[in-house]
Design a protein around this ligand. Structure first.
Ligand SMILES: O=C(O)CCC(=O)N[C@@H](CCC(=O)O)C(=O)O
Ligand SMILES: [Zn+2]
Length: 331
């Protein structure tokens, strides 16, 4: 296979679905699901996904360029690697999703939804991840990096969102995030239906949703903004040196979720409100029927405000800054 992204956008089964080069063997499993295995032994199993939302193209372009170097045998491969382009029909359409947001369906939640391509895809991705991680031994370190871009502009253009985790986050994992140029890390405090929650909860993976800039169509991304993220991925994949970390990422935790509980929903923010905009205590944020959401802490920051989500889904997160957040191994 020459070009994983083009193959996925074409939507055809490849004529040859497995192969090998000097460094690795590869196996195409399904539309947008490709496994690469190094010839040398390894202690790491890495899943890198992008295109879970079909309009979030910058990370898809970055991931595909790295994949092409591996498939061409130009670079060695260090970990066992599962590459996922998450929602091929949405990528073809250039839309976040076709019928429903696949990143709300993981952890078996797809079973509660009508039979859509996204519900089937969430199930298929769960199976692919399970097969991949279970093929390794118990000693393997498991990572999952799910690459996204945000709908809105942001005071922190590059940031990470970490799922609820019962265990402390190891320093080397958080250090990789800093080296990838992430300016902020957001810690979830409750479970959810995202791919990273699934990999962390079910397989003990060290998982993070990386948000790289703002969503643009294919070919219109300025990838130079994400060179640190690209180089940090290259360090993991090819064994190249990890880039020097810049600033230590600021840490936030989720203080409350705004949920669009019914059709009568008003979000009291403009379409221009940036991610990480601060609001003072007492500010009315949103109304959903009789329910009103106010800023509860002295200052809260909004993330992913979106009044257009389907009823029952998250219409925004509120954060508090928490640089004392010490849930790190060894602290
Ligand atoms: O900009 C937005 O409103 C959404 C960007 C995006 O797709 N973010 C992910 C975050 C997943 C997480 O909470 O880890 C999503 O909403 O699925
Ligand atoms: Zn996304």
């Amino acid at each position: 296979m020459r070009d994983f992204l083009q193959q996925t956008l074409d939507g055809n089964r490849p004529v040859i679905s497995s192969g090998r080069n000097t460094h690795l063997s590869w196996q195409w499993h399904d539309d947008g699901i490709l496994e690469l295995t190094p010839h040398q032994s390894t202690s790491m199993a890495l899943v890198v996904s992008a295109g879970i939302h079909g309009n979030e193209t910058a990370p898809v372009e970055i991931l595909n360029a790295l994949t092409t170097s591996l498939l061409n045998g130009e670079k060695p491969l260090m970990p066992r690697l599962l590459l996922i382009l998450g929602n091929p029909p949405a990528l073809r359409a250039g839309k976040r999703y076709v019928r429903c947001d696949v990143n709300r369906l993981f952890g078996g939640r797809w079973q509660q939804y009508e039979d859509t391509s996204e519900a089937r895809r969430a199930w298929r991705l769960e199976q692919a991840m399970e097969n991949f991680y279970q093929a390794g031994n118990n000693e393997e370190v498991r990572w999952h990096l799910d690459l996204h871009t945000a709908i809105r502009g942001s005071y922190h253009p590059r940031f990470g969102v970490l799922p609820l985790n019962q265990r402390p986050w190891p320093e080397d994992f958080l250090g990789w995030m800093a080296a990838a140029g992430l300016e902020a890390l957001v810690f979830h405090r409750a479970p959810g239906g995202t791919f990273t929650h699934y990999s962390c909860e079910h397989f003990g993976a060290l998982s993070c949703t990386l948000e790289l800039g703002k969503a643009q169509p294919f070919g219109e991304n300025d990838l130079t903004q994400f060179s640190a993220a690209r180089n940090a991925l290259a360090a993991l994949l090819f064994g190249e040196p990890l880039p020097e970390s810049g600033e230590t990422p600021r840490r936030y935790r989720v203080s409350q979720q705004i949920t669009r509980t019914n059709e009568h929903f008003t979000l009291h923010m403009s379409a221009e409100t940036l991610n990480f905009t601060a609001f003072p205590q007492g500010t009315l944020l949103a109304e959903a029927g009789d329910k009103r959401y106010y800023v509860q802490q002295a200052r809260e920051y909004v993330l992913f405000p979106n009044p257009n989500v389907a009823p029952g889904l998250r219409a925004g997160l509120m954060l508090v800054e928490d640089n004392q957040h010490n849930e790190v191994a060894g602290n």
